[in-house]
Design a protein around this ligand. Structure first.
Ligand code: ADP
Ligand code: MG
Length: 744
């Protein structure tokens, strides 16, 4: 049997750890040189040999060609990170080399094979970066059980030896090129829960090096009048020395730098800790404001934070703990080695069961209080510290740093928007499904595109994570839209998956993942009028409202029911997305059948209609109910109102009918018998003339006319729907339609 390891694949250093069962805790596995951490540096030597680790770092520092470092910053980029002897390497290729070195050296030291590994990544890593890390590990021959976030791994290492129920830990991780800050809580039963995370992708030790470089250059200019930028050699020396000086200032209050100046000779330049601190204070404050954002987001104050845990090599700078003390009033803890904590945590995680999926609700952009969001209640941490019985009794729940969104069209149809599907800081793994109507055509428009984004910025400014093409959507011969259910998920690695199904089907539709186009500027432009006409909602809703007062007794009601049934048949023959509802009115209203596309059940409801179902007189009108049921719907909407007499309080009825009209519901009045022609005209607002009939025998003809007119109006839309080529815009409007679907 082999071993299970945790691997911290760092920008500057990497480390490997294993869980020691006898000790009940994880331990670092040294590399064959006896070092606890391995520099993430690769040297492609002249003779073709590849050297990794300390030896490569030494070569790098002495300026030998073919040395490559800090490639993790470009993880996920498809363009080459470097080209050595004509061969290009991406950050993923280089990471695969580094990981395979770590695997081989660990197996050599332990004399056992690695069965499984947990690899760590920065919390802010996007999909592409995570996917590239995963691929690199596979290529190195590692069986990756999970990818976990570095701050969480570090917090686990700390938590197992300093367990306090309800303690809230702020993990402040300042590495070589990045900063992130994460809040975790030690909850009951050894559950360690990530609450929220934030950070800056491009803020790290490197920025301190650059600020120090500038400080040295300006001091040099001031003291000697020499501009370092005028000499490339001098400039390079200053840059190379900056990181060394920075590290010296961790130990000493001032340090000297010896420089060979052109036409000047050697010069000794002194840099003090105070000067360095002053020059880099703005950088430190940027980390501070992110910490404050995090607290604010969780509605916590510094008094709620039990500990601040420092992770990452740059937290060794003395200014970091001093600043955090000043900001928070807490002494940050340094119980864990910032270089080792991450690998140790990963070595614990590799033995823990994987967490289960959490199904989340689709958040509404307007709905601030999204219930799926983890909100922490304020708890006072108990001061009693304990060591968990065994490191493996800990359970960890993690979150995803980036929201997942899709490109959709705004309600007004004027702009593309980033519609959030899963918000940032959602617990992972999680799933979220949406259903929407999609119009296929006979001539093969049976594919749809989905653009998935990470972050909440506008589509064109966002990280387009993936383009998914759902294929093989079967065409409905009646031209009815297909209801497609798309399921988006973040798995335990915070990696995105998209699945699609026909509503009611048990099988997934095929999905092809495509490379998103480079130029996505079209999503930044307003949508031109007509550009999306191809995706107008072709649906048609018709509410049939029948007068069932006493005067309808006998042949009028029989003829009306017959005419209504044949109307339903005509609409069914017409095809398309038609929904019909049935209601009756006299002294009251009653909905016999809600709007439905199941037209047979409409007919069944019509057949059940009886005179005086809602009373004998004409005290009431149907328009309040019609408005309630139809005002929110999209597509074409009609109410066909059938009356044979005079309604009481016609003014009230006309007012209510006007409201329907203003909400886009067209009213068609059909009067016969004692119906008042003027009143019938008043309730239709000229949208489509009211029809006055001689008697109930003519109802069938009247309904025939209406069916024809409605079909004529909607089929022009249907035609234009077919005319357009398949575009992303179409797809996205289809997505938007889902909102109607849900409202119904
Ligand atoms: P990463 O996780 O990005 O690989 P690390 O956590 O290893 O980064 O931190 C690397 C950074 O820490 C570098 O910028 C390095 O200069 C800085 N660093 C390491 N040791 C010290 C030190 N003693 N004093 C100041 N900075 C240090
Ligand atoms: Mg690190």
């Amino acid at each position: 049997m082999g071993i299970k390891v945790g691997i911290d694949l760092g920008t500057t250093f990497s480390a490997v750890a294993v869980y020691d069962e006898k000790a009940g805790k994880p331990v670092i596995i040294k590399n064959p040189e006896g070092e606890r951490i391995t520099p993430s540096v690769i040297h492609f030597e002249d003779d073709g040999e590849i050297v990794v680790g300390s030896e490569a770092k030494e070569s790098f520092e002495s300026g030998e060609p073919g040395c490559i470092s800090v490639f993790k910053r470009s993880m996920g980029d498809s363009s080459p990170y470097c080209t050595i002897k004509g061969k290009s390497y991406t950050a993923e290729d280089l990471s695969a080399i580094l990981l395979s070195f770590l695997k081989k050296s660990t197996e050599q030291v332990c004399s056992q094979e690695i069965d499984e590994a947990v690899v760590t990544v920065p919390a802010y890593f996007y999909q592409q970066e995570r996917a590239a890390t995963m691929r690199a590990a596979h290529r190195a021959g590692l069986n990756v059980r999970q990818i976990i976030n570095e701050p969480v791994a570090a917090a686990m290492t700390y938590a197992v030896s300093h367990w306090r129920e309800n303690a809230v830990i702020m993990v402040y991780d300042l590495g070589g090129g990045t900063f992130d800050v994460t809040m975790v809580q030690m909850q009951e039963y050894g559950v360690m829960r990530s609450l929220e995370t934030t950070g800056n992708h491009i803020l790290g030790g490197k920025d301190w090096d650059e600020a120090l470089t500038e400080l040295i250059k300006s001091k040099l200019l001031e003291e000697t009048g020499i501009d370092a930028d005028s000499s490339p050699i001098l400039s390079r020396t200053v840059i190379r020395q900056a990181e060394i000086i920075k590290k010296k200032l961790t130990q000493f209050d001032s340090t000297e730098l010896r420089l060979k100046l052109p036409d000047y000779g050697e010069y000794k330049l002194t840099v003090t800790l105070d000067e360095f601190n002053a020059a880099t204070r703005p950088l430190l404050e940027r980390t501070g404001s992110l910490c404050l954002n995090l607290l604010e987001g969780l509605r916590l104050g510094w008094e709620d934070v039990t500990d601040i845990l420092l992770v990452g090599g740059s937290t060794r700078m003395r200014q970091v703990p001093a600043y955090l003390r000043e900001l928070s009033g807490h002494d940050p803890i340094s119980h864990v080695d910032p270089d080792e904590a991450v690998a140790l945590g990963a070595a614990i995680q590799v033995h823990l069961p994987a967490p289960e999926y959490l199904v989340t609700k689709v958040p509404d952009a307007k709905d601030e209080a999204f219930t799926g969001r983890i909100r922490m209640k304020k708890t006072k941490a108990s001061s009693e510290e304990s060591v968990l019985e065994n490191a493996l009794s800990i359970r960890c729940t993690d979150i995803v740093a980036h929201a997942m969104g899709i490109i959709a069209v705004n309600d007004a149809g004027t702009h593309y928007i980033n519609k959030t599907i899963i918000p940032a800081n959602q617990q992972i793994p999680c799933k979220c499904a949406e259903a929407f109507r999609f119009y296929t055509t006979e001539d093969g428009k049976n594919e749809m595109e989905i653009y998935v984004l990470q972050g909440t910025a506008a589509p064109a400014e966002c990280n387009i994570t993936g383009k998914y093409r759902v294929t093989g959507i079967p065409h409905d011969k009646h031209n009815n839209p297909r209801i497609i259910r798309i399921q988006y998920s973040y798995d335990i690695n915070a990696m995105i998956h998209v699945q699609a199904r026909l509503e009611g089907s048990e099988r997934d539709l095929p999905i092809r993942e495509e490379t998103p186009e480079q130029d996505i500027s079209r999503f930044a432009r307003p949508i031109a009028p007509g550009e999306l006409s191809v995706v107008q909602d072709n649906s048609l809703s018709v509410m049939l409202a029948l007068d069932v007062s006493g005067s309808m007794r006998g042949s009028p009601i029989r003829n009306a029911k017959k005419a209504m049934c044949s109307f339903v048949d005509k609409m069914k023959k017409k095809g398309g997305d038609v929904r019909i509802g049935v209601m009756v009115v006299s002294d009251n209203t009653l909905v016999c059948q809600e709007l439905t596309s199941d037209l047979e059940s409409c007919k069944a409801a019509i057949k059940e209609i009886k005179v005086e179902m809602t009373g004998i007189g004409n005290a009431w009108h149907p328009f309040y109910k019609i408005n309630d049921l139809m005002k929110e719907l999209k597509g074409k909407r009609y109410a066909v109102v059938l009356a044979d007499g005079v309604w009481m309080n016609p003014a009230r009825a006309v007012d209510a009918a006007r409201e329907c009209h203003e909400n886009g519901i067209e009213i068609i009045g059909m009067g016969f018998g004692d119906a008042d022609e003027k009143f019938m005209r008043n309730i239709t607002f000229g949208s489509m003339d009211s029809i006055m009939l001689e008697g109930s025998k003519e109802l069938e003809m009247g309904f025939g006319t209406i069916a024809q007119e409605i079909s004529a109006v909607s089929s022009t839309k249907q035609q234009s729907g077919k005319a357009g080529a398949e575009t992303a815009a179409e797809t996205w409007t289809a997505i938007n339609e889902l909102q109607i679907g849900r409202r119904q």
